[in-house]
Design a protein around this ligand. Sequence first.
Ligand code: C2E
Ligand code: CA
Ligand code: CA
Ligand code: CA
Length: 276
Amino acid sequence: AKDAGGAEHHRFEPVLHASAEERRQLEVALRKALGRDEMELHYQPVVDSRSEAVVSFEALLRWNSIDHGFVSPGKFIPLAEDTRLIVPIGRWVMRKACEEARNWPEHVKVNVNVSPEQLLEPGFHEEVVEALAASGLRPERLEVEVTESIFLRDASVARNALEQVMSLGCSVALDDFGTGYSSLGYIRKLRFSTIKVDRTFVQGAAQGSAESLAIINAVVAMAKSLDMATTAEGVETAEEAELIRNLGCDKIQGYYFGRPMASQDAQRLFSNPSKL
Ligand code: C2E
Ligand code: CA
Ligand code: CA
Ligand code: CA
């Protein structure tokens, strides 16, 4: 048994080694990404579920690495978080998103994802103040998106940081709701403007899952009674959009209404509204 275990160990070692090496190389490249101008933001429309008018765009980071080609956020964001590179990258995202949103119509907001490592940095509030000042964007047009995971680390620091941002006039959305640690206590204490219902529930409900349907109903009811809005994420079909509308979600985001697009394309939508 000992020999077999040893053999197995040897068989798997190169695989583990390769992925650690790949990770190391990716980290080296990620460290240089901003300086090499490899990052850009794409924007995905969020529409009002009834009028279908665009109310916001969510900024989504894209990395086209000289060394590794296109790397998905699902891969490099966790790496950026582990290495704390998300702090400078996140600062760049905040600045860039405010700057680009400044050119959109006044009623359209921009949603910016903020990682726990970034939010919990002492300078986060100043970072937001500076991004707003540099761009001239009204604070009311910026909505910060955080996930429940911010409460796992240092809940009171996270809460303070969010309250500071809210005091500027910005709003805060709770992203991926229902997929992680449930922070119902914090929903009561913090005035989130929007709760984003994760795509897994949208998909589940559309496929006839009674549990997903019940969860969306419960989230919508809770949000209404707390005076918060709901956004359904990942709506891909007309059927899903119709279902979500009937469930009472206020806003919809997903491929059905628009994929994340380059900044110029988002901008172009406003000069050619029929394309919406
Ligand atoms: P998220 O914040 O939940 O963003 C929504 C993700 O769902 C995006 O993936 C978007 O492209 C995708 N999506 C939108 N509509 C649909 C749909 O109808 N169907 C499907 N299957 N997917 C849809 P993306 O761009 O790959 O980003 C993945 C995650 O990476 C984001 O999830 C967010 O957690 C993180 N992320 C992206 N940009 C940033 C950023 O600037 N800062 C931070 N901290 N995280 C970011
Ligand atoms: Ca998000
Ligand atoms: Ca989400
Ligand atoms: Ca997500």
